[in-house]
Design a protein around this ligand. Structure first.
Ligand SMILES: *[C@@H]1O[C@H](CO)[C@@H](O)[C@H](O)[C@H]1NC(C)=O
Ligand SMILES: *[C@@H]1O[C@H](CO)[C@@H](O)[C@H](O)[C@H]1NC(C)=O
Ligand SMILES: *[C@@H]1O[C@H](CO)[C@@H](O)[C@H](O)[C@H]1NC(C)=O
Length: 335
């Protein structure tokens, strides 16, 4: 009896003491001493993931300040946009000849967003047992870091903005994924405008949302994301997240983490207030606008959604009440 008790105490203790800690390493994914030689420059730098191993990213620690970097995005790619160590990768400058860096998109194929940062957002650590799979069994063969530099640097200054990646080689049961919802479109002068997007999940997967992030430029007032369950008695809209995009644009925990399934609709809306007396378009520079809602989720013993993006043409062409999905019970703006 005594022996049994002792043994069980010992067993419990050893479980606590010797529970295998996750072996986590850090990779410094930083710009290699780049010189932003003009305003509004987007630069990209790649890393090739060993195709012989699986790695799981479990955390992102940003190394940047908003004075220098307007935003940073981490893309997962099957092929990078360029084979150079640094290239110019701004969407608006695709046909522009840059005298210092060659121009290409972040990814040549298989583009998806893994992480995003702006406005001095703090580190992001994924929930227990959740990781982004990269390498051997993942379509992500390269990671590409994109930094949007707002201003030209002085002649003698270079930059090392980037992200410290926390990763492990141990298999995670739950793979993380991101779907980016957004719009194109134009905001008329002196108007409050709704920029809306929606997409039906068509893949037979169960996704568990856990974090969301919003992104607009200066005119964004509120960004909301929903999951809509379509029902004969009327659509049921469940809030995933709602944020003033002028606050730090970090990943926040979702409001509802209920599982999302096939036939559910993901929807996002940006309420924009154009205080200028000229129209403002969606575009890449700081003078343009953006309407983005990122949803981060995990899947268990499965691969993330193949669909990585959910975009509509935005105003004046697209609103929820004209959606193909036939949405009803649409929530009023400002809730
Ligand atoms: C990023 O980290 C490096 C050292 O790892 C440091 O020298 C550099 O100043 C940092 N850059 C920024 C923008 O914080
Ligand atoms: C990079 O190099 C590989 C191998 O030489 C080539 O197949 C690929 O097309 C190149 N990619 C780009 C974007 O130039
Ligand atoms: C939009 O901006 C104008 C001018 O600053 C302001 O008067 C108005 O209250 C704003 N509307 C909203 C909905 O934020």
């Amino acid at each position: 009896m005594m022996f049994k008790l002792l043994f069980s105490v010992f067993a419990t203790l050893s479980c606590i003491l010797f529970a295998k800690a996750l072996e986590v390493d850090t990779y410094d994914f930083l710009m290699p001493n780049v010189w932003p030689h003009r305003d509004e420059l987007y630069l990209c730098t790649p890393i090739r993931i060993s195709p012989h191993n699986n790695y799981y990213i479990v955390g992102f620690e940003p190394n940047a300040t908003m004075h220098t970097a307007h935003h940073m995005l981490l893309y997962g790619c099957s092929e990078p946009g360029s084979n150079e160590s640094v290239w110019s990768c701004g969407e608006m400058h695709r046909n522009e000849v840059d005298d210092l860096y060659n121009t290409a998109s972040p990814c040549r194929s298989g583009s998806q967003i893994v992480y995003a940062w702006a406005r001095d957002a703090p580190s992001l650590h994924l929930p227990k047992d959740v990781g982004f799979l990269i390498g051997k069994d993942s379509p992500i063969k390269y990671l590409v870091l994109q930094v949007h530099y707002m201003h030209r640097f002085p002649e003698d200054k270079v930059d090392n903005s980037g992200v410290f990646l926390k990763y492990t080689k141990e298999r995670m049961l739950r793979q993380a994924g991101v779907i980016l919802l957004g719009t194109g479109g134009t905001i008329p002068p002196n108007r409050v405008e709704q920029m809306e997007t929606a997409c039906t999940i068509t893949e037979d997967k169960v996704i568990h949302p856990f974090a969301y992030r919003t992104h607009t430029h200066a005119l964004g007032k509120l960004v909301t994301g929903y999951v809509v369950r379509q029902d004969d008695n009327g659509d049921v809209w469940t809030l995933l997240g709602k944020k003033d995009p002028q606050l730090p644009q970090m990943f926040y925990p979702v409001v509802s983490s209920r599982a999302i399934q096939r036939h559910d609709v993901l929807a996002a809306r940006c309420t924009m207030n154009n205080t200028h007396d000229y129209p403002v378009r969606i575009g890449a520079t700081n003078k343009d606008e953006m309407c983005n809602f990122y949803l981060m989720y995990w899947v268990e013993n499965d691969t993330p959604l193949e669909r990585k993006y959910c975009f509509t043409s935005g105003p004046p062409y697209y609103y929820w009440d004209r959606a193909r999905e036939g949405l009803n019970n649409i929530p009023p703006a400002f809730v």
